[in-house]
Design a protein around this ligand. Structure first.
Ligand code: BES
Ligand code: ZN
Ligand code: ZN
Length: 460
């Protein structure tokens, strides 16, 4: 998608109008077509070259959603080349338009190349704001591509190759560890989960280190390129879409890409546990006891609670290999319970520092994502007790699963980092089988914009 500012309006250019009142000149047409002012209603009048998108209130978030709805409409028409224009002083129109114009057609035998030019009519938007928003949109769309790609085409080695590509493009560092490293470094948790897969597990470490960095931030992602559940096999209906279990890793890759592109003044590490959870003669089993990198032993009660095992070792690795961390944030499609608790559109934020959790929730709201904090308590922690090991990988009660998973991770956070750590359960919003807001069917890339906003807020 091409973006221009204040170019003269072309003859066939389609004007995007975001409205909270029906203009007089379309009142008759609107009533004929039963077009009302209700959030996200759309009316395309090709003979007038106008697309109207209705909102009860025209907020900054709705402007973004409006552009996404309008560009999506154009994607659905027969136009192969279109020009659109918008009167706005909000540079996020670029983000909305680019996120709406996203299409995942890798597996379609017939691909239609569509080109779209967005002309923004504005007297305040600067060129750099446009470039920044383009970079954010490209990074989110990259995450969507990663997550939508099938497990046959996207396995741990491919995730590592993709990370290396991001590193090369942005001139940042990328270090990849394999299973030998897990064995020699006592990382028995991540090592066990991927053992039955024909694809070797990888730990990917990306580092962006600008000069005079203000703070050190570590991002950790669950990159389960497929989660069959392992021997505690998922029922068929629950296994579908488990290619999306790499979303946390995808978010970390997207964030590394965008933070480097925006040249943020922070040292940022991205650590991804890329693993495939499969069945086979070599599979890890319920009843196994694993030893994580920090020496803690874990009784496996369910091999489908694999994300926390992978993250446990990744979190330990991060704390052992990086000094003086200021903030540590993990992203994971960790629990179905989080989706049950807060629905498909909301991220669950957990941690031991209310202020930090609140900052993340606020960052989500600022950028148009939904997040809510879920508070830990000591009673839930007791449910992770194991009779034979230091901790069990599942809780004794089936209630509060998002929190007990978060509390499990907390066992692998050193005391000095407890208040610097946040856990983001993105199991709901990372992959939704419907179009919602700026997001298409399937992978959303949720988490990138929220955390970017969070990182930018650390200055204040
Ligand atoms: N990847 C799943 C969680 C998930 C579920 C993500 C639905 C997205 C949509 C995770 O590995 C898992 O299977 N968790 C179990 C934990 C349970 C065995 C304690 C779950 O949520 O059922
Ligand atoms: Zn699982
Ligand atoms: Zn999983």
């Amino acid at each position: 998608m091409k973006v221009e500012i204040n170019k003269s309006i072309q003859k066939d250019s389609i004007k995007i109008c975001l409205i909270n009142n029906i203009p007089d000149d379309i009142k008759d047409m609107a009533s004929l077509l039963e077009f009302k002012i209700e959030d996200e209603n759309i009316l395309f009048l090709p003979e007038q070259n106008k697309i109207f998108v209705a909102f009860e209130q025209i907020t900054q978030q709705n402007i973004k959603v409006g552009l996404a709805i309008a560009t999506r409409k154009i994607l659905a028409t027969n136009y192969t080349k279109a020009h659109i224009s918008i009167d706005s002083n909000h540079s996020e129109v670029v983000l909305g338009a680019m996120l709406g114009f996203y299409k995942f057609d890798r597996y379609k035998s017939k691909k239609t190349q569509k080109s779209l030019t967005l002309n923004i009519i504005s007297n305040t938007i600067k060129e750099q704001e446009i470039i920044d928003n383009q970079n954010i949109a490209k990074s989110i769309n990259m995450v969507r591509d990663i997550v939508n790609t099938t497990p046959e085409d996207f396995y741990p080695k491919i995730m590592a190759t993709k990370a290396q590509q991001i590193a090369k493009e942005n001139n940042i560092l990328c270090d990849v560890k394999g299973e030998d490293f897990f064995i020699s470094h006592g990382m028995g948790a991540i090592g066990a989960v991927g053992r039955a897969s024909r694809h070797e597990s990888k730990l990917i470490h990306l580092t962006y280190k600008p000069q005079n960095a203000k703070k050190k931030i570590v991002l950790v992602g669950k990159g389960l390129t497929y989660d069959s559940g392992g021997l505690s096999l998922k029922p068929s209906d629950y296994m579908v879409n488990m290619k999306s279990d790499k979303s946390g890793g995808g978010v970390v890759m997207g964030l590394m890409n965008v933070c480097a592109k925006l040249k943020l003044p922070y040292e940022i590490h991205g650590i991804i546990g890329a693993v495939e959870n499969m069945i086979g003669g070599d599979a890890y089993k319920p009843d196994d006891v694993l030893k994580a990198k920090n020496g803690k032993t874990i009784e496996v009660k369910n091999t489908d609670a694999e994300g926390r095992l992978v993250l446990a070792d990744c979190l330990c690795y991060a704390q052992d290999s990086i000094n003086d961390i200021d903030y540590m944030v993990d992203f994971a499609t960790l629990t179905g319970a989080c989706v049950v608790g807060v629905g498909s559109y909301t991220t669950g934020i957990m941690g031991h520092n209310d202020k930090l959790m609140h900052r993340m929730v606020k960052s989500a709201l600022i950028c148009g994502e939904y997040a809510t904090s879920l508070p830990f308590n000591r009673y839930l922690k007791k449910q992770l007790k194991s009779e034979i090991a230091d901790i069990s990988n599942t809780a004794s009660s089936r209630y509060g699963g998002a929190l007990t998973a978060g509390l499990f991770l907390s066992e692998f956070i050193e005391e000095k980092y407890k208040r610097k750590w946040l856990h983001c359960d993105i199991a709901g919003p990372s992959f939704v089988q419907e179009i919602w807001g700026v997001n298409p069917h399937g992978a959303s890339g949720v988490g990138v914009n929220m955390c970017l906003e969070f990182i930018k807020s650390l200055d204040s």
